[in-house]
Ligand binder design. Structure first.
Ligand code: DAT
Ligand code: MG
Length: 148
């Protein structure tokens, strides 16, 4: 089954949005298979956002993502990578539809509450950066028979 990497960013943690965000993916029917509260090192931040290294906002982005604890998660389910991106909303909360996480909880692009992998390749890469294989649970969720 497909897996994705999602992370409540430092602004979302400080604002008390972890529970609200986890609840949305739980209610959707997805399965949480790994989660931890952690502070991202400079090195991990630079690896995680390597694709943006040449962008003018890279320094700010790394400073922000390392500025306080994040809540890192792995979620599993059918088409979870693309659907989680839809549930998050557009990168800039100003463009994100109401009902999406960024549309409901964010105002500016620099503090947009949540990260989510944008493709199968980035999901695999990001899960590997943040979690060891022993940290990812493999189990049957009994309610899946009422979801699928
Ligand atoms: P996403 O997080 O939706 O995958 P992205 O990968 O293009 O978006 O950018 C990563 C993060 O960088 C994004 O969540 C917020 C920040 N960012 C993107 N564009 C920005 C901009 N023009 N100014 C400041 N920060 C920006
Ligand atoms: Mg991205």
């Amino acid at each position: 089954m497909e897996k994705t990497f999602l992370m409540v960013k430092p602004d979302g943690v400080q604002r008390g949005l972890i529970g609200e965000i986890v609840a949305r993916f739980e209610k959707k029917g997805y399965k949480l298979v790994a989660a931890k509260l952690m502070v991202i090192s400079q090195e991990l931040a630079e690896k995680h956002y390597a694709e943006h290294k040449e962008r003018p906002f890279f320094g700010e982005l790394v400073d922000f993502i390392t500025s306080g604890p994040v809540f890192a998660m792995v979620w599993e389910g059918e088409n979870v990578i693309a659907t989680a991106r839809q549930m998050m909303g557009k990168t800039n909360p100003a463009d994100a539809a109401p009902g999406t996480i960024r549309g409901d909880f964010g105002i500016t692009v620099g503090k947009n509450v949540i990260h989510g992998s944008d493709s199968p390749e980035s999901a695999e890469r990001e899960i590997g950066l943040f979690f060891s294989s022993e940290e990812i649970a493999s189990f049957d969720k009994l309610t899946d028979q009422w979801v699928y």
